[in-house]
Every structure is written in structure tokens, then in C-alpha cells.
Design a protein around this ligand. Structure first.
Ligand code: SF4
Length: 78
């Protein structure tokens, strides 16, 4: 089965809500909070950077895609 990866081609639309970080943390770390999340969002309004830990395996990238209110993410297959 092809491996799926998240990418952030529309990072410039990010509003810094961090729902992506929280979603991954809750789903994969079973923790309510963004500490140690596999997705880290940094920056200031109008200039956010979304960092994905590509060394980690995000099991359900579809859920991140769905939760982002700004449609920043896409999924690519290996
Ligand atoms: S969910 Fe989308 S808009 Fe919110 S911080 Fe993540 S990338 Fe940015």
C-alpha cells in the first residue's frame, strides 16, 4: 500500500489556529494539547510556518486535511 504524506502547499493561508497540531496530538499521542505534536505551527499573524515531522508517521493524514479551516494541506502518495 502506498504511503501517504501531508504537505502544506497553502501555508500562506494559515491563520495559526493550531487545530492541525491538536488533532494530531489527540489522535496519535492521546493527549489534549499541542506539546510534542508531530505538526508545529510557529509565527505571527500573516506569517505562520507549519512544520511537519516527516520522521514520524502520521497515521490518518485525512483527518488533518479535514480539520484545517483554511484548506492549507494536501496529501501525496509515495
Ligand atoms: S489547521 Fe490550518 S489554519 Fe489552523 S494552524 Fe493548522 S494549517 Fe494553520
Amino acid at each position: 500500500m502506498a504511503k501517504k504524506y501531508l504537505i502544506v502547499p497553502r501555508e500562506n493561508k494559515c491563520i495559526g489556529c493550531r487545530l492541525c497540531s491538536l488533532s494530531v496530538s489527540v489522535e496519535e499521542n492521546r493527549k489534549l494539547g499541542i506539546k510534542n505534536s508531530k505538526i508545529v505551527v510557529k509565527g505571527t499573524p500573516g506569517n505562520y510556518r507549519v512544520q511537519i515531522d516527516y520522521g514520524a508517521n502520521i497515521k490518518n493524514p485525512e483527518n488533518v486535511l479535514k480539520i484545517c479551516p483554511q484548506d492549507c494541506f494536501d496529501i501525496v502518495s509515495e
